[in-house]
Design a protein around this ligand. Sequence first.
Ligand code: ADP
Ligand code: MG
Length: 437
Amino acid sequence: MLEEKSSNIILDIKSVDKSFKKDKRQELLVLKDINFTMYEGEIVALLGKSGSGKSTLLRLIAGLLNSTRGEIFYRNKLVRGPAHGISMVFQQFALMPWLTVFQNVELGLEALGVPREERRERTLKAIDMIGLDGFESAYPRELSGGMRQRVGFARALVVNPDLLLMDEPFSALDVLTAENLLSDLLNLWQEKKTNTKGILFVTHDIEEAAWVADKILIFGSDPGYVRAEIKVDMPHPRTENDEEFRKLVDHIYTLMTTKPDVDEKRVTEYRPKAIGLGYRLPDVEPGVLTGILEFIYEEHDGRCDLPVLADENYLDADELFAITEILEILGFARVQKGDIEMTKQGKAFTQADILKKKEIFATQLLKNVPLARRIRRVLDERHNHKASRARFLSELEDHLSESEAERVLTTAIDWGRYAEIFAYDSNTDTLSLENPN
Ligand code: ADP
Ligand code: MG
C-alpha cells in the first residue's frame, strides 16, 4: 500500500530554501523551508503575493536553478538540472519570430532528437489539440496574443510532458481569451488527451485557482513559505455561483490578506501592524487609497467583502493585496474573514475635506511608516533641512536589494509629498522641508 502510494508521487519537495546573492556579503532569502508533495492526477495552483518566490520555486522544480538547502525529487529522482518529463509554460512565450507556428512547436522535439517523420506527426497533433489547426504556416506576428500563447502551450505539450509547470500562463491575456484557453486545457486534461500526469501552475487569479485546482498552495512572503495547503474536493465542472465555491474563494481571500499571526478571535483588539524601516511598502498611489476607502464607505457602509471589492473596482489579486496591506499598515482599515472593514481613522479620513485629509494622512504615515518618519527626522535635524535621495537609498540597501530599495523609497517619497510632510525636487533628487511647515 505504502509502496503504491509512493510510486504515485510526481513531485516531492523537501525542506527547500533558496537565497540569492544580494551583494558580496549579503544573501536574500527568497524561499524558506518549502515542503510539498504532489501526486499523479493532481492540478495544483500556487497563489501568493508578487515577490513571494512562486516563479523561483517553479524554476527550481524545472531544474533551472539550484536550491540553497533541501531537495526536490521528481519521480523519486533528485532534480539536478532540467529533467526529461518536465515542461514549463511561461507568462509570455518567447516564440521565434522567423519561424512558423509549425516550426516553433517542433522546436522542442528537435532538441530531444525525435526522428523527422514522428516530429511532423506529433507537431501537427499538438497544434490541432490546442486549436490552432490551419495556422501551421503562419508567423507569430500574424497571430493574436491568445493564439501566440496557444503556440506556447503546444510547444510545451508536444514533448508529452509528464509534469507541466505553468507560470502565470494566462495573465498577459484578456479575460475571455484566458477563460477559453483554460477550459480548453482542462478538457484535454479531463479527457486524458495528453500524457500529462500533473499540472502545477502559478496564478494571481483566485477564482481561476478555485475553478480548476485539486490543491491550492498559498504562499506567504518575506521570505516565501507555504502558508496553507488547501485540498479542494469539489467535482468538475465547478460553477462560480455555487455556495461551496464562494466559501472556498472567501477562505482563500482571508488567508491571503490576514497576517498569519493574527488570532482571529482577537481581531477586535486590532492594532496596526508594526513595520520596520526596510519594510517592502506596496506601491499604491494615495489617490487610489482615497478612492478605495470612499468606495467602501459609500457603497458598502464601511465594510466590504474582498472579492466584491476586487470585482467592482477591477482589481487583480496583486493590486487588491497591495491596497489592503497598506490600508492596514496606515491603520485605515483591517481585514478579517474575507472582509475589509474601515477603522475610525479610515472613516474620518474619508469624510474630511482635502486639507484635513492630508493632515490625517500625515499623522498616520508618520505614526506607522518608519521610513517616512526617518526621512522627516533627518530633514528636521539638519541645518538646511535638506538631504539627498541617495542618503536614504543607501540606508535602505542594508535591508533590500537595489531595485527594491529604489521602489520602496519612491513609494515613501510619493506618500510623504502627498501628506506634505516634506518636499522633493526630482531635478536634483533632493528632499527638503521647503513647502511643508
Ligand atoms: P513571484 O514569482 O512570487 O513574484 P519571484 O520568485 O519572481 O516571486 O521572486 C522572489 C524574490 O526573489 C523577489 O524579491 C525577487 O526580486 C528575487 N529574485 C528572483 N530571482 C532573482 C535572481 N536571479 N537574483 C536575485 N534576486 C532574485
Ligand atoms: Mg512570478
